[in-house]
Design a protein around this ligand. Sequence first.
Ligand SMILES: [Cu+2]
Length: 127
Amino acid sequence: MRARLMIVPLAAAILACGGSSDSTAPGTGSTGGTGGTGGTTPVATTSVEMLNTSFTPRAIRVAPGATVTWTNSDGIAHNVTFAAAANVPASANFAAGSVALQMPAAAGTYAYSCTLHPGMSGTVTVQ
Ligand SMILES: [Cu+2]
């Protein structure tokens, strides 16, 4: 009985070692994922085009408080709606022309989307 009880902790220790080396591998994987995000390096611009139901460029980088202009080239209605934390008022739906919105003064990456089209999203990085 006691001998078995001693074997169990040993087995657990071995499993723990295996587990920790396994968790290292996913960590490396997620680092690769970060590299993938790096693939969408924010573009320094204050102009975003709405085309083919997507924002182009999808990720932009602006100065604090900058005014960003979204131009709809799609011929169908879109909008620009930031997450509430950004404290940027949502645009109306518009099918042509453009809308200009002032970005937050606080540094950060702010996600926004078109609420009419799931998956139509972008980010503004203020820095
Ligand atoms: Cu849309």
